[in-house]
Design a protein around this ligand. Structure first.
Ligand code: ADP
Length: 455
């Protein structure tokens, strides 16, 4: 463990020195508002009675496919409480949207991977970012931190870049209402076996991967201005609506590839199998991809590797040899040059190129994640350093041992046929303040730091 403490400190110093010089980063496409409501049992019960208890209970047995009336919403919430499981449904009806707005929230948070990464990379690390924000309402704009965060704005035919707060677009609020309940929460005799949330999305833009005209019409010019790109938000597409957005995304990728700009795909869980397969098909156009065990397993499934998919979900901590096998398959099939896997306790990267900086960037990402878990909000790079005293995960010792045996790993690095395997045991915060968007923090920090350290 002492060795890792030393490597962690050195990686942080290197990252702090290099990050300010990273260059501009393009972030596309999903940003929204998360309105978090902590449910109150009396309030909820009253609402269920008023909406019609029997009707609501029906939907708590079987989720509707979308929310068209109030019993769908309340039934969906009950469905989650009963099972302690998360669920997310699209809210179609304006009347229900109005009802949710009036019901209110306890907290507004930045939502969507682009929004979260813009606040981290621009607002915390101070690296200039150009963000795609599908709709910029005042509420949405105010969730952006101060700092070098820009959105394109066309004025009198001229493309300009302004902070979202200066955009003054008066556009729609894309609100994801998050109804949270603690373990043991009880309503109408139904008890929550564990804490979780139900989400009702009043958002017509992100689920369809709406791309703003400023981006469609000026993408070449925007691409000229950036040195790196991170793409996310493709996870909500379905076989019905993916074709149009995919065409535009592939055009964007071609433009970025022509200019030699490394592009990372943040692979969130994509329930639609057709879309997941299409994502794998275009993965070779990305330089890099970031995913967790559930996402890697879901990718193995569409590649016909069912057993491997199951193996990835069978052990805690996740079997590292299964992870490496899956990463190798994915690299071979797609040609993607960097795969960054993260799970509770450790990260592994498989890259077609070599260097200590790959491992160091994983260490920096683990510090950023632990700082977020520890502090809730990370204000600056000094705060990232406050995670240095969080202990390194004990369970990762065995994981490291198995990788040493199999690949001759030294200080987290092993040469393999394809290039390099990099491994780091992560720091785990015992009682985290916040884990929202922690996966996005890990992937974007590692990708950006690696290119900053590349020299
Ligand atoms: P999300 O979609 O919520 O961001 P992910 O699975 O993508 O979820 O990311 C969660 C990751 O966060 C885990 O893989 C783990 O590495 C990290 N993580 C979770 N809890 C903690 C914690 N308490 N301390 C440090 N890292 C954590």
């Amino acid at each position: 463990m002492l060795m890792w403490d030393g490597l962690y400190s050195r990686a942080l110093e290197r990252a702090k020195g290099a990050l300010p010089g990273t260059g501009r980063i393009l972030l596309a496409y999903n940003t929204n508002i998360d309105a978090v409501k902590y449910l109150d049992p009396h309030d909820l019960e009253g609402r269920i009675e008023r909406a019609g208890r029997d009707e609501v209970l029906r939907y708590s047995e079987e989720l509707p496919d979308r929310i068209r009336e109030i019993p769908h919403l309340l039934g969906g919430i009950l469905w989650s409480i009963k099972r302690g499981k998360a669920a997310e449904l699209f809210v179609e009806n304006m009347h229900v949207r109005q009802y949710m707005r009036e019901w209110g929230w306890n907290e507004l948070r930045m939502g969507g991977q682009v929004g979260i990464m813009a606040n981290l990379l621009g607002g915390v690390y101070g690296i200039p970012v150009i963000a795609h924000v599908p709709q910029i309402s005042e509420l949405q704009a105010n969730l952006f931190k101060d700092g070098p965060i820009y959105v394109p704005k066309v004025e009198k035919g001229i493309l300009k870049f302004v902070h979202p707060k200066e955009f003054s677009g008066d556009e729609e609020s894309l609100t994801h209402y998050i109804y949270e309940f603690p373990r043991g929460f009880e309503v109408l005799g139904i008890r929550a076996p564990r804490e979780n949330r139900f989400i009702g999305s009043a958002d017509d833009y992100n689920p369809n991967l709406y791309i703003r005209p400023e981006f469609r019409e000026n993408f070449e010019e925007i691409a000229e201005m950036v040195q790196l790109a991170i793409i996310s938000g493709l996870q909500a597409l379905t076989k019905e609506n993916y074709a149009g957005p995919f065409e535009e995304i592939e055009r964007h990728l071609e433009i970025l590839n022509e200019r030699g700009i490394p592009v990372h795909l943040e692979f969130a869980f994509t329930p639609d199998e057709t879309v997941r397969r299409k994502l794998v098909d275009i993965l070779g156009k990305f330089t890099s991809v970031g995913l967790n065990e559930v996402e890697l397993a879901s990718v193995m499934e569409v590649l016909g590797e069912k057993e491997l998919a199951e193996l990835l979900l069978a052990h805690d901590p996740v079997d590292p040899l299964a992870v490496v096998e899956a990463m190798r398959k994915l690299a071979e099939v797609t040609g993607v040059r960097r795969i960054h896997f993260h799970t509770y306790g450790y990260y592994i990267a498989l890259t077609s190129y070599t260097g200590e900086h790959i491992r160091d960037s994983l260490l920096f990402a683990a510090l950023a994640a632990a700082a977020k878990a520890k502090l809730g909000d990370v204000r600056n790079l000094e705060d990232v350093g406050r995670a240095l005293d969080v202990p390194v995960n004990e369970k990762a010792v065995d994981v490291e041992g198995r990788l040493k045996e199999e690949f001759g790993l030294k200080e987290g690095i092993a040469r393999v046929e394809e290039g390099q395997l990099s491994f780091v045991p992560t720091k785990i915060v015992a009682r985290p303040k916040s884990t929202v968007g922690i996966g996005d923090t890990i992937s974007s920090s590692a990708f950006v730091c690696e290119f900053a350290l590349r020299g």
